[in-house]
Design a binder for this molecule. Structure first.
Ligand code: NDP
Ligand code: HSE
Length: 437
């Protein structure tokens, strides 16, 4: 089957991220989508600037309308940003019977009602997963996974730049402007960063979330909006001293009179999960009557995380173009004929660190025997604790924390340790995962 051809509008942070993810994961993406995806043409203002992606495989043009009018382009991906130009391009693409994907929350929040109506008359798809929550698939989750619920509330950290700035001010005591400049350099901020600072970007996202959660039209002008510009390091510090973190939240909830939509800095008790979401990470709490509270977490901005959502939308479009409706999403995510034969790793080849709990007779030399057994098997020890014997017993609990090792080495070590006369009970082992790589 011939490849689906994509036209990209914009090759900035997200545009280049999309080029890179499509190239890096081309094989897996094709196995999922059922067809290869190729970039036919991309538009960018400055054709000479070197970019963080390979632009040699497709045609580069300056006029985005050329992409939209190109008959070889099946799917237009809008990553230019802004409202009026993006809207004109989207409507033209739809008019040309092209499916469209966008990461542009301002466009969807403010002009989405009109764009969706146009798409409906032309029978084309408009996909916008990347518009909210960066790489978190929150739109698909609410629209599909939680479709059985009456949604009661959505509350989230939905601007990565604002969260990055607040975290930098709190943890490193840095100045607001300095941390914001960092977020811009890292590609998290909007082209106009005041949208991140004054809360408007979060209000755009909340508008979209509220519409899909409560089944209401997009109503950006009804969102109460405050930004983070007035917050000082003092506010953050004093909030912490009182047991709170200050987070910039978007909240949409039902109350007796209708639906509240508000965006503002909020104090949250430190023990709440969402209070511990730092840096560019986003987290969105969705509470439904059936499921209860759910929390969705991930990178809220940046090239690859956002591209992850853009590419997922492209795959959705390609599946719709390629397969019959009953088989649109393959049962096992990959097309049935494209499942791979990859070895499943045997348990003795797992690699992890261990917490070992031993019961040993309280006499000299026992610890030396245990550490020799571990050393002979090249298992490094991170820490050892020997506790007081409980009551009048002559055995003591010994706790050993190891560094990462293969399960089969640990199996041998445990057999040898248990064979020592001074070890009176089976060794208990609990695997340790740091999740920091
Ligand atoms: P950038 O500013 O990095 O990139 C914009 C791209 O569009 C650039 O390649 C620019 O060209 C091109 N462009 C702008 N105007 C024109 C024009 N008139 N004609 C041709 N090309 C044009 O933006 P981002 O990639 O950061 O953001 C793109 C969209 O994705 C925005 O809607 C943003 O809100 C959204 N988004 C961004 C996220 C992020 O983490 N950055 C996350 C989620 C959504 P040139 O490079 O030559 O100037
Ligand atoms: N500027 C936005 C943010 C990009 O920082 O969250 C992701 O939408």
């Amino acid at each position: 089957m011939k490849p689906v051809r994509v036209g990209l509008l914009g090759l900035g942070t997200v545009g280049c991220g999309t080029v890179n993810v499509l190239a890096r994961n081309a094989g897996e993406i094709t196995r999922r989508a059922g067809r290869a995806i190729e970039i036919e043409m991309a538009a960018t203002r400055d054709l000479s600037r070197s970019r963080g992606c390979d632009t040699t495989e497709f045609q580069l043009v300056q006029d985005p309308m050329e992409v939209v009018e190109n008959p070889r382009v099946d799917v237009v991906v809008e990553l230019i940003g802004g409202e009026q130009r993006a809207k004109a391009l989207m409507l033209r693409a739809i008019n040309n019977h092209k499916h469209v994907v966008t990461a542009n929350k301002a466009l969807i929040a403010v002009h989405g009602n009109e764009i969706f109506a146009a798409a409906q008359t032309k029978n084309v798809m408009v996909a916008f997963e990347a518009a909210v929550g960066g790489g978190i698939s929150i739109i698909k989750t609410i629209r599909e996974g939680l479709a059985g619920n009456r949604i009661e509330q959505i509350a989230g950290i939905i601007n990565g730049t604002a969260n990055y700035v607040l975290t930098g001010m709190r943890d490193q005591g840095r100045e607001f402007a300095e941390v914001l400049a960092d977020a811009q350099r890292l590609g998290y901020a909007e082209a106009n960063p005041s949208l991140d600072v004054n809360g408007v970007d979060a209000a755009h996202k909340l508008t979209i979330l509220a519409a899909i959660a409560f089944g209401i039209p997009l109503q950006f002008d009804k969102v109460y909006t405050e930004g983070i510009g007035q917050l000082t390091r003092g506010d953050i510090k004093y909030g912490c001293e009182l047991g709170y973190q200050i987070k910039h939240l978007g909240i949409a909830r039902r109350n007796g009179n209708g639906i509240e939509m508000r965006v503002h800095p909020t104090l949250i008790p430190k023990r709440r999960l969402i209070a511990n979401v730092d840096g560019v990470m986003n987290a969105i709490l969705v509470a439904g009557d059936a499921v209860g509270p759910t929390l969705h977490y991930g990178a809220g901005a940046g090239a690859d995380p956002t591209a992850s959502a853009v590419v997922a939308d492209i795959v959705d479009v390609v599946r719709a173009l390629t397969t019959d409706p009953e088989n649109r999403v393959p049962h096992l995510a990959f097309q049935p004929g494209a499942l791979a034969s990859v070895d499943i790793v045997a348990p003795d080849m797992f690699e992890t660190a261990y917490f070992l709990s031993l019961t040993a007779v309280d006499k000299p030399g026992v610890l030396a025997d245990v550490t020799r057994i571990l050393g002979d098997l090249e298992i490094s020890i991170e820490a050892i604790l020997q506790k007081e014997p409980p009551g009048n017993e002559n055995t003591v609990p010994v706790i050993i924390l190891t560094q990462r090792t293969r399960e089969r080495h640990m199996n041998q070590a445990v057999s040898k340790i248990e064979a020592l006369d001074a070890i009176t009970r089976p060794v208990k082992r609990i695997r340790v995962e740091h999740f920091n790589d």
